[in-house]
Design a protein around this ligand. Sequence first.
Ligand code: UN1
Length: 499
Amino acid sequence: MTHTEILMSAGFGQDELAHGSLSVRTPVDGTEIARLAVHDPSDIPAISAKSRTAFAAWRQVPPPRRGELVRLLGEELRAEKENLGRLVTLECGKILQEGLGEVQEMIDICDFAVGLSRQLYGLTIASERPGHSMRETWHPLGVCGVISAFNFPVAVWCWNAAIALVCGDSVIWKPSELTPLTALACAKIFQRAAARFGDAPGNLLQVVIGGRECGEALVANDNIALVSATGSTRMGAMVGPVVAQRFGRSILELGGNNAMIVAPSADLEMALRAVVFSAVGTAGQRCTTLRRLFLHDSIHDSFLQRLITAYESLPIGNPLHDGTLIGPLIGRQSLNAMLDALAQARAEGGTVHGGEPTLQDTYPDASYVAPAIVDMPAQTAVVTQETFAPILYVMKYSDLADAIAAQNDVPQGLSSSIFTTDVREAETFISVTGSDCGIANVNIGPSGAEIGGAFGGEKETGGGRESGSDAWKGYMRRQTNTINYSRGLPLAQGITFDF
Ligand code: UN1
């Protein structure tokens, strides 16, 4: 399919994509695929006011009925899986299998949210006073602002939106300015679901197309009760304090520097496959990408050699083509950051395998690169930084406690894993003295988390949790209710206050 055919099949008309100051380029070959009109930061107050009006109506709709809208969204996504998945690939460069997987992740979270719409449970709590009962009630929170990154341009929005919608919140979505088309395509899909639903308030979902200033205006806007932001630690460090200053709520999902430990008892065939997928999938541009590998010294040399051989056979190329496993980086900046990190790694004693730019003749305006393995003598400065590119630093360990300490000795805390068949090692890794990350896996890699669990991490990763488990509580406000059904007025703590 041509780029134009992909855009048309995702529901765009030629006219929509022809005017405006934002030039959208595909990382596949660097060509311009659209020009879009952008919002101005001064538009944000009106947008957020409309969202508040939508919220005022939506919060009164019974949650299971709100779930029906999300069920319809899931249905529409099922019908559009191919078209949207291909657009994801065109706009962010991940291979088609992963583009389709991302839409599947949206469908999965819709299903989860539909079930959740009948399970927004509170507690009943024992009161210390006679004739009293206590309970906890969860109410809709308000306007939810979603700031999403280029690498998961649709799934992360949907994790937030599907949950926010069943929780009774309205949504304003500011996608990355690198991936506005997938956001606009999702808005069209959402509108179809809303039309079938019938009486959903208008402006329940609004998309803001624009740069950083629009994001800043959104974050600072008092009408926005919750800001859920995914992106770099640098971005989160700006968002967090601004939201906190106005006593808003934020959910931050920021950088990761994810590790795997391969122990002597590991199933090495499985470990090898897991390392390759986790390290080079999405061309190393997932928050959960494997970036640090700790190999036990008894298997280090042979495993490293097998890994280098496996890397040499990986097909790099156009992500829309069957058989490609590694697509392009999002742009030149990412490629330069990767080359800089590799130069620093060499200076810090590393031996680099791979990592050369490639396919420049076929795609001179794109940024394809061979994934890199770097044999490091120790966890030096460059290894502790997140470089959003396919670089895997490999290090040796002899004692598990030291490997766990090294894995935790970075500022980020998103995802982690161990390959071992020794139950003591496995349990230690996920115990209180084990991994300090939000996600800690045994015998699977750190990436590709399912939607059913809470997703997010500690330290510089920002502490937020999205997606499954009880992450929905972040999208609602908790109210404690004490009800006196007696004829007396006993005070708590046994206080007497007679007059
Ligand atoms: C991200 O990179 O921001 O766990 C999200 C994973 C995906 C989500 C990644 N389910 O790799």
